[in-house]
Ligand binder design. Sequence first.
Ligand code: G6Q
Length: 555
Amino acid sequence: MNSEPAGVAPLKTQSLTELPAWKALEEHYQIIRNLHLRQLFADDPQRGERLTAEAAGIYLDYSKNRITGETLRLLVQLAGECDLRKRIDAMFGGEKINSTEQRAVLHTALRAPESERIVVDGIDVVPEVHEVLDRMAAFGDQVCSGRWQGYTGKRIRNVINVGIGGSDLGPVMAYEALRHYSLRDMRFRFISNVDGTDFNEATVAIDPEETLFIICSKTFTTTETLANAHAARKWALDKLGDVRAVRKHFVAVSTNAEEVSKFGIDPANMFGFWDWVGGRYSMDSAVGLSIMIAIGPENFRAMLAGFHAMDQHFRTAPFDKNLPVLMGLLAIWYNNFFDAQTTAVLPYDQYLKRFPAYLQQLMMESNGKHVMLNGARVNYQTSPIVWGEPGTNGQHSFYQLIHQGTRLVPCDFIGFCNALKPLDNHHELLMANLFAQTEALAFGKTESEVEAEGTPDWLCPHRTFDGNRPTNTILADRLTPYTLGTLVALYEHSVFTQGVIWNIDSFDQWGVELGKALAQRIIPELESASEIPLTHDSSTNALIRRYNQRRKAQS
Ligand code: G6Q
């Protein structure tokens, strides 16, 4: 079939690199590529206050980027030429912008207030969203108050989320991020990896009689999650003895009621969501049930309000004042013009330790694509590689490369003006380091400055810092559930902005499929007692043969 799928906006055919703004940016890049941040700041004493934007409690300082007013003007022009406004409206309006899966992309509906109306296929989805939220809140309340008891009448003390990818990374990131607000007399654990170690360690020294498993799987067919769910069922029933106990110790988050019920979970204890919620955009749906139990409904709703505030900003603010748009366009600038291959996200808050891992999926699964919406190959780079660790740990590890390596690594620094639980002057030490790093990266240290310190000639080159290393600084008052919502939405929409410019489908993930299918073929080759003739390439055949031989030799 050559025709475009029904319900999909007309696919652009003009290549990105042929657009007037792109061509102008290429020329402009040649002019400013060697311009130093030292110069830019010297020329404009107000730059550090001018090149900032603020919304929903998030302050973005983007002044330490290698841009001029003209760069910004051209990037905003590029967004216009790529129809960003139309695409934003299409997303919020419930159009099927996930064209390869022919689905609407409406994670923004998950945080819409009850008064809003969002229609998908003729149905207003907002009441359904709130109904699930209310059920989650009521269930969480039962668990936390002790009214929901295990099969033997004991109170639930351990909640274990079993899921992977989008059904794990969001819950675990948000649980860690909001631990300050979480119940301290309950344990929350997360099992994702099919490696038995993950299951074994998560269930060490806990009592099945006091444990509730949330089996979190949109499809309820994911191999890893089902393997872990069955291991959990066996582990629980070994102690509880009676299959009827499953109803008391297992609930599900899924869209697949049939499989949930086959597993033995009471459909009344299934929390649903919709096919217009992508896995990596689902932590604010029922997928966040573990977060809801940990932090309580009020905090969960505050997080949703934060998401919504950023959604509104993204939808309505002019591009040159729009935080996600600015961050998305800056990412394009470095990725496609400076040829930066990676980008680092460096939260100066230990609670955000899983934020970089969460963003890896959000950014790379969304925008790691090699064809445009119309199926033609792109002739430009798409998603950068994302990585990061919390400050200050990274400073004593990989920051060396960011400061003095040969690669350009644009960084996002994230910090908070107030600590949640101040400890002496630790917060000042932490934030002084954040500010110092962005200063050092931008301005460096010249050879003459190093010489003036009395450094011997031979050592000067080693102690010289070029600077001109770009950073964004994202500053908020404190890490609250609301702030976390705004932060996640900020990155979601920045990723969308980049995907629109690259003209790709940011909401599918076909790249995950091939490995999954091949693993299904190999599983019996490892499990079978008799030798199965192998028909892979010579490397894969030899590895499987060696694995089988060595395993037998050890047993
Ligand atoms: C995310 C992806 C993927 C998905 C997992 C789990 O956007 O779709 O990471 O979340 O594969 O899928 P299930 O929730 O269906 O088990």
